[in-house]
Design a protein around this ligand. Structure first.
Ligand code: CMC
Length: 431
């Protein structure tokens, strides 16, 4: 069969070129425009990547129109129901679900790397007592690269795998230590005899003077949250990790860049912003006034947890989270039911409002996730840190995939220059 192409004609010169169309296993095909500059002397302009695929990937697939999310082909709904976070980590990293032996080996290997170098633990003391946990996370994960100069060769798969394992193992310890540091409690060291999620919980909430009581319902809720946030193809933070990684920098410093990107309210910071918004709205009777503000172009306020660059339908993760949230609040009997009621009513009103309908704005993963984290006793400013713990496997899996590309080149976008043309320097006395 002939190669399918798109013909581009430069109307200024009449020159044409045929760009190949590449088709993947699912989703939209792409125009391969890599030869565009060579053939026509043109770049494409797409600052927010609205129509630009930045790489080929086998890891995660999203159909934003239909609300589908697959990790390595497996639907997120099935993984959320049947899988565990470590199993999802294995799947994302190595492409297949593990056998039970492979799973045991993987869990054992991860357990061997949960401790932090004590030098890194001391590093925490340099932060202010009121530092934002995400500021600390960016710093500590960046600093982690200083402790592992032995795994710098990105062309060596063993080095890459070691970095992946270290990151997945240490992220809960790093995150829990941030929480403990900020509330002035003793760090709780990791336990290798319990599950990944139970260990994370006990590092977050145990105190040396008492025996920690595990709660299976809470553990499962956190496990599902980690699964749902584990990867999301080429989002802003993952693209940051890949771009930084394309220069062959240390993987942990690349991940620190991803964490910095995740922090913003347009990305992972939205889970924290949603709760602040729900607390501000307070009661369903105030919703209409807020809806008016969300729609007002002169008012910067947005309905946090709504809208998505890719999903023009209900985010499949939000559907799962909404259900868990409902069950969790009932099971734990927390004080958060009124906030959940506000969220449900807000969703209902927004989904029947023309502004949101026309723009295809639906709840995203962050709309209900904050309520779950709050019910688990996690403080608001730690929400995005939990997201980062979950997403670390996605970042490192995408980074590993990139390092395996035999044609890896440094990422280097071009620009449309709109500044001054060449001009001569004017001595200060003549300005
Ligand atoms: N509230 C009110 N209006 C909105 C919202 C919202 N949450 N989201 C989008 N719009 C409007 C936007 O003003 C624009 O209107 P118009 O066409 O009249 O100019 C239209 O909808 C299209 O929005 P956009 O800003 O062009 O869409 P985008 O793809 O650039 O941005 C987004 C996507 C997620 C940044 C945005 O929807 C948003 O800021 N949402 C709130 C923050 C949020 O929940 N972020 C979490 C995203 S999911 C998790 C993650 O990525 O980590």
């Amino acid at each position: 069969m002939n190669q399918q192409t798109v013909t581009i004609t430069d109307n200024r010169t009449g020159k044409t070129m045929n760009c190949p169309i590449k088709t993947g296993t699912e989703g939209a095909s792409v125009i391969d425009g890599q030869a565009l500059y060579k053939e026509l002397g043109l770049f494409t302009l797409d600052p927010a990547f609205l129509t630009t695929a930045s790489c080929e990937s086998k890891i995660t697939f999203i159909d934003g129109e239909k609300g589908i999310l697959l990790y390595r082909g497996y639907p997120i709904e099935q993984l959320a129901e049947h899988s565990s976070y470590p199993e999802v980590c294995y799947l994302l990293l190595y492409g297949e679900l593990p056998t039970s032996d492979q799973m045991e080996d993987f869990k054992h290997t991860v357990c061997q790397h949960t401790l932090l170098h004590e030098g890194l633990v001391n590093f925490y003391k340099g932060f202010r007592h009121d530092a934002h946990p995400m500021a600390m996370l960016v710093g500590v994960v960046g600093a982690l690269s200083g402790y592992y100069p032995d795994a710098m060769d990105i062309s060596n798969p063993e080095h890459c795998n070691k970095s992946a394992i270290r990151l997945i193992a240490k992220m809960p310890t790093i995150a829990a230590n941030i929480h403990k540091y900020l509330i002035g409690q003793a760090y709780v060291y990791p336990r290798n005899d319990i599950s990944y999620v139970s260990n994370f919980m006990q590092m977050m909430f145990a105190v040396p003077s008492e025996t920690y009581q595990f709660n299976e319902i809470a553990n499962r809720a956190l496990e599902v949250m980690l699964i749902l946030h584990a990867d999301h193809e080429q989002n802003a933070s993952t693209s940051t990790v890949r771009l930084a990684g394309s220069s062959q920098a240390h993987p942990f410093s690349c991940v620190a860049g991803g964490i910095a990107t995740l922090w913003g309210p347009a990305h992972g910071g939205a889970n924290e912003a949603v709760i602040r918004l729900l607390q501000e709205i307070k009661t369903p009777k105030n919703i209409p006034e807020y809806i008016r503000r969300f729609k007002d172009k002169n008012d910067p306020m947005k309905l946090m947890g709504f809208g998505h660059r890719v999903y023009k339908n209900y985010d499949p993760r939000a559907k799962i989270i909404r259900k868990i949230c409902h069950n969790l609040l009932q099971e734990l009997g927390t004080q958060d039911q009124p906030l959940f009621e506000v969220a449900l009513e807000l969703e209902k009103i927004a989904l029947s409002d023309d502004y949101f309908i026309e723009r295809k704005l639906y709840p995203n993963v962050d709309f209900y996730s904050g309520l779950i984290l709050k019910a688990l006793g996690i403080p608001l400013n730690m929400f995005t840190v939990i997201f980062a713990v979950a997403r670390s496997v996605g970042w490192i899996a995408q980074w590993m995939e990139m390092t395996e590309d035999a044609n890896l080149k440094i990422g280097r976008p071009r620009q449309l220059y709109i500044g001054n043309k060449r001009r001569d320097y004017v001595p200060v006395a003549k300005r």
